[in-house]
Design a protein around this ligand. Sequence first.
Ligand code: UDP
Length: 368
Amino acid sequence: MSKQKILTIVGARPQFIKCAALSKEIRKYFTEIIVHTGQHYDHNLSDDFFKELDIPEPDYNLNANNDNSISQIADIMVKLNVIVKAEKPDCIVVFGDTNSTAAAAIVAAKNNIKLAHIEAGMREFDKSIPEETNKLITDILADYYFCATPTAIQWLKDMGITNNVYHTGDIMIDLIERFRANIESNTTILKRFEIHQQQYIFATCHRAANTENKQHLEEILQALTAIDMPIILPLHPRTKKAIEQFNLSHYLEFENIHICEPLGYMDTQALIMYAKMVITDSGGVTKECYYHKVPGILTDKQTEWVETVQEGWNIQAGPNAKKILEAYKNFKLPLTQNNVLGKGDAASKTAIKLNELLSEILKENSFN
Ligand code: UDP
């Protein structure tokens, strides 16, 4: 009997990383077709990750790199619908909260195809954050929910969603575990920046809520330039553009600021692991600094990774220079960590459960 078919949707950097973890496991049970929506298309946000993380080549590329979210979601929906009708998958798998996630969720529902949401149930409780509407749409339409944390399960429950909700742990941890030896031995990247372990800060900033708001972006840059340590700041193309448009480029000329192009996965992990501290608005980096037991200051308005803050490994400062600097000066590391993001077996748990669920449907259909 031929294997059931999964259509996996990716479009942005964190989704390539999550797909790298899941694809290997999915392929043990299913035929997987990967669709790249083209949301991120720069080589250092896309192609490089496929090579570095050994992700199978996408079977389709939708080239939907439109410059506003409405036309992007519409474009992905129209193009993906054609593929779904031709491929007739048994299930569509989506990750996280991007425009690609929400667009694929609508296409799955309209075609009556099962939808599995990886990293389901996350909430920031603020619809002005662009990712929030994507999360809500996807969770309303999903059939199967794979949750990274107990809080996500609770948030789904608060919406009345309790069926087919599974706690797997976070899938990004799987990949760090897989590449741990390569990450630990990667000191070349420290040499490139002429920095030493524990003597620099690793920083990222790319969330639309920060890059589309001059005050937020300037507060973050003010804080970074006031810190008495080298700051390694890989610039997301969106942030680079925003800094130019808002005339904030002078902040990048401070002696302690080392900017660079977006980095590869192993280099980023090594820079997080060996940093004194991390300052970030990235959901992925929030979890990774927790995993590496490096204190993190969070500059997004809210975080959905509340457990990392409750345990004291991350401080929620928001886009506020004063609060960021206070956190930097007064950070007291907790003595323990409860591994709230799991043990690095989220991908295998997800694939096993999906196989169980979809086999059940196959059985039911064969009786009808
Ligand atoms: N990342 C990377 N290179 C960089 C910055 C981040 O490989 O220059 C990785 C980071 O370690 C994490 C992922 O990209 O695994 C997070 O993606 P991003 O910050 O774009 O999105 P978010 O997690 O906020 O959705």
